[in-house]
Write a new protein. Sequence first.
Length: 641
Amino acid sequence: FDVKTARIKQNLMSRTILRMLILLPFTALLVACMNTPNPEQTMKAPLIPLKNFFKNSDKTNYQISPDGKYLSYLAPVNSRMNVFVQAVGGKEAKQITFETSRDIAGYYWANENRILFLKDAGGDENYKLFGVNLDGSNPKGLTDFEGVMTQLIDELPEQSDFVIVGLNKRNPEIFDPYRLNIVTGELTMLAENPGNIQSWVTDHDGKLRVAVVTDGVNNSLMYRETEEQVFKTVLTTNFKSSVEPLFFTFDNQNLYVISNLNRDKSAAVILDLKTGQEKEILFSHPEVDIQSISYSRLNKKLISAIYVTEKTQRHYFDKDTEQRHNWIKTQLPNMEFSVVDITKNEDIAIIRTHTDKSLGSFYLYNSKTPSLEKITDVAPWIDDNQMAEMKPISYQSRDGLTIHGYLTLPKGIDAKNLPVVINPHGGPWHRDQWGYNPEVQFLANRGYAVLQMNFRGSTGYGKAFWEASFKQWGQNMQNDITDGVKWLIEQGIADSTRIAIYGASYGGYATLSGVAFTPELYACAIDYVGVSNLFTFMETIPPYWKPFLDMMHEMVGDPSIEKDSLMLRASSPVFHVDKIKAPLFIAQGANDPRVKKSESDQMVEALKKKGVEVQYLVKDNEGHGFRNEENKFEFYETMEK
């Protein structure tokens, strides 16, 4: 399983913008997993210190060197997460990064001797790539350019001193591909982006062979047989039909993609690059989209397809992998696990376990023995017997859609007449998943039931469900949330006089919409980096989102069209503060590139003019959600009060 490439690309490739324009903040850590109910569920949990839910792990994000000789992990130094390295089986670890202002955003082993890591400045999301040797020598800023974001296009695992990166240093709206020497920092431009290429795909030899082009509404897949040839269009679709390139077939002739062409649910497919036709449907599911597929770089074969129903599921293509995973399951009963890193020979792997009540543990797995050795617990201070169970639920919207979600009830308290926190997710083209969520567990420990719902537009449920959200901000999307509140009341679970709403990013917008458009429902509200004005939001998007502005106009609304303009005004909470009665707490990062500080500023100003109670927390060293530990503590302490 090429976990490193999958992980980095999923986080940084610009094509993710197509489905998820406003991401969740750092604190919303949702992990797909499985657990059985604990017989002690009926015992009320003791009050757990707030910091136990939100403090940094002592050791986390374990990885293994390609040769299997060293382990690496992140650990806090003066509350900032830095990289440490130690020999497998050794006791002493060496700190090799020394960040003091902000956590490292992510890292990976580039080769047996060198680690690459990403960091931004104060949450501006202009991630820069840095390198350091495993002994701490030769630290170097590799893409340390002012106002420039780094994408990782290809790790080039067979070319140990090189990677291919995308940089928007020539034009802030587009990314050019460069070959980067990770030892010297030398950059060589491989192609000049003509202005419409949104992502690049390399073959298994590291050659740039596929480009994804957009005019803002239509997307084209372009292909060339060799790097000496020009790109030619293979397939053009409207953005509503998704053909997401993953990686080349192992003969470098065709492409594995996730596609919903001529179907409602996305499937794992082989695409013929000469004809633009689907050669083979590898796997599909009748109820949900396929999320990704994984493969063995060593053995050149597919391993599994990943999809999410109520919980994350796998369909195996490879029987040997399925047998190994089944063996691991016997060693870790009642736990869900994932392979988070693996050696070049694919014989030793890092395993991470999860449940809905625990952040889990890291294990070292040797497939030859086989053996499984525990490395560490991620949060040993969390007792999963004191955590609440997250239950998948569903209810009907007023216009007949099935809305799926998750309900977490406080442990040991009857599910009757409870105070409730409604927690809509960010995105909005994203989804909540089953798993350990520190925010949800914190609230449940304080006695609140927590309802998370995947309202229309949430991803994973097919094309029609996604499209049902178009131009429905503050309207049917909000109705889905309101219908969830009413469902809880009808079930007798919620005390109708003690319902709060809290959300981040789009969830923050939904929070403001909730107290503005249905003020009778909510006793209080917490808006975290949320949109308040749909006009100003679309005027202040990051430069690399601008190619998608036409698409956003079709999905959210076009201010230049009178009908849409009236709709956008009607759906912008900032113009309806006169209806708000509930006290509000608003939190914002000053450097947020997605939801600018002005979104919160204008909401606070309008509320104060109307005499509505509002608390406002701004952090000058944060962006779209708070990453620094002390800022997270202050946010949640204020929320609790």
